[in-house]
Ligand binder design. Structure first.
Ligand code: ADP
Length: 498
């Protein structure tokens, strides 16, 4: 048994609603079309009936005479002159004679040639009396000098309820120069039959249309929605552990394929950030393990092998250094994660990049001299950017300290700022050890350090987080960063800020 909750769920479903729309559409269409067709059929049938009766009327004027049959005849009769050997004429006259009424000028209904009344008793009720016809003609044409046969059309029913189309009027007898009254009838039964046949077809077709539309709609909606179900099922299978799953497209190029594509792209992005997160936690634990192991080693040495105060002090000093490094990593990580999760809001203001650069280059002059590296700046007089002073300083500091770190004695480091109305270009170049192409794509990753070449003064010192920061700062300022580097020749970092 279907429960009410299930019923409500089905009736709210897209499939049901599509089906209902189909069925409604079909029904409205059928009713509309049938209605129009019905009106048209009725008009055509009416015209047909009128045309047929008009033909009879014209034929009647040619075949009918009101005369005495013999000289000795006391009464005039309705005589039909036609060729009995001509089947067409015979058919027409017999057809007219089925339902007709003829009355002489004096209004007396006359007999036909076979001494029967000129209309059957059965049809008496549907015809106007001659007096009536005269009255109607007089009303339509008040001038009696110009008698107008004035055809009147009536639709009447006999006592059995059968419908007849009737044409009545005055016919002018050209031979005897007198009028006589005629009414011709034609049964409408055949037309009514066609009409009611159509109505029944219509009554039958609409519900079947409704049912058919419903079934068709249910089927088509089901077909259209199957891929949606597949997508939902595929989506359900995707979880954190199998983000590599993709929903197969159907190559139909339709909206659903577009949806699937969008969905797949979303999973792709999710997968990549998931991957990054996984990589990050692996890296972090790895990075933290090294100093922790070192501290442990230091302390063990102190505990088990140190004898003199000097040895103790040294072990403690080394441990403290490692602890410093640990907290440095933790601080940097915290800052980076705050930055990347958008918690570190930029305090943007209009700042003169020249001033910032001059200050920083001054600060780096002493370590540069100590390392035997020439540090130069090539700056425009003024150069304004919209940015966060602290972060821009951090960005330049990181780049300059990298350049100094990886440039051997006798080398050169240059900070160049080029400004144009649309953008500011900042270039940090050095003549240091450079980065080989295989490492270039990774230098902005967290904890990535190019495996040591020994040229740098103390490669282990770096955290591998400096460039990650630079990348984030550039992105937060809607800029872009590019690196050109050749091993042994030097590197060039170019930052473009809008
Ligand atoms: P680190 O704290 O180790 O400097 P970074 O993220 O700043 O970390 O840099 C990542 C790696 O990129 C460095 O370990 C170094 O190998 C390489 N690198 C960065 N800048 C330069 C440079 N100017 N010349 C050569 N190598 C560089």
């Amino acid at each position: 048994m279907i429960r009410r909750r299930d019923l409500r769920r089905i009736s709210r479903g897209l499939r049901f609603r599509l089906t209902a729309s189909y069925a409604l559409f079909f029904t409205v269409l059928l009713i509309g079309a049938s209605f129009l067709f019905g009106i048209r059929l009725n008009n055509t049938l009416q015209k047909e009936a009128h045309d047929a009766l008009t033909d009879h009327w014209d034929a009647m004027k040619g075949y009918l005479r009101i005369e005495k049959k013999h000289e000795i005849d006391p009464d005039e009769r309705a005589l039909w002159y036609y060729d009995e050997n001509d089947t067409e004429e015979t058919t027409i006259v017999l057809d007219i004679k089925k339902i007709y009424m003829v009355a002489a000028a004096d209004g007396k209904v006359i007999l036909d040639e076979d001494d029967t009344p000129a209309y059957s008793e059965a049809f008496k009720e549907i015809f106007d009396t001659p007096a009536n016809i005269r009255a109607r003609v007089a009303k339509a044409n008040p001038n009696p000098a110009a008698p107008n046969p004035g055809p009147f059309w009536d639709t009447r029913r006999d006592s059995d309820g059968e419908q007849f189309l009737i044409r009545s009027g005055i016919v002018w007898d050209q031979v005897h120069h007198r009028p006589y009254y005629v009414s011709l009838g034609s049964p409408m039964a055949q037309y009514a039959k066609i009409q009611s046949g159509f109505t029944w077809i219509f009554v039958g077709v609409v519900p079947s249309g409704l049912v058919l539309g419903g079934i068709l709609g249910w089927f088509m909606a089901g077909r259209a929605l199957t891929p949606v179900k597949d997508v939902a099922q595929a989506a359900q299978r995707i979880s954190g552990s199998n983000l590599s799953l993709r929903i197969p497209t159907r190559e139909a190029g339709d909206e659903l394929d577009y949806l699937i594509l969008t969905f797949n792209r979303m999973i792709e992005r999710l997968e990549s950030s998931f991957q990054q997160m996984k990589q990050f936690s692996t890296d972090v634990s790895h990075e933290l393990r090294t100093p922790i192991t070192a501290i442990r080693g230091q302390l063990e040495v102190a505990l088990f092998t140190a004898k003199t105060t000097e040895q103790y002090r040294e072990a403690m000093f080394n441990a403290l250094q490692d602890i410093d490094r640990l907290s440095q990593i933790v601080r940097a990580l915290l800052l980076l994660s705050q930055a990347e999760s958008g918690q570190l809001a930029l305090q943007k203001s209009r700042l003169n990049l020249r001033e910032v650069a001059v200050d920083l280059v001054d600060q780096f002059q002493i370590p540069a001299e100590a390392a035997g590296v020439r540090l130069e700046a090539d700056l425009p007089d003024h150069c304004f950017v919209e940015g966060d002073r602290v972060q821009i300083e951090r960005m330049i500091t990181n780049l300059l300290s990298n350049a100094l770190k990886f440039t051997p004695e006798g080398g050169q480091v240059r900070l160049r700022v080029v400004s144009s109305p649309e953008r500011v270009e900042m270039v940090v170049e050095d003549t240091g050890r450079g980065i080989s192409t295989e490492h270039l794509p990774h230098i902005f990753d967290r904890f990535y350090r190019v495996p040591g070449s020994g040229t740098a003064p103390n490669p282990e010192q770096g955290l591998g987080l400096g460039l990650s920061f630079v990348a984030w700062i550039v992105k937060a300022h809607h800029g872009k960063i590019e690196v050109d580097s050749a091993p042994g020749k030097g590197s060039r970092f170019t930052i473009t800020l809008p």
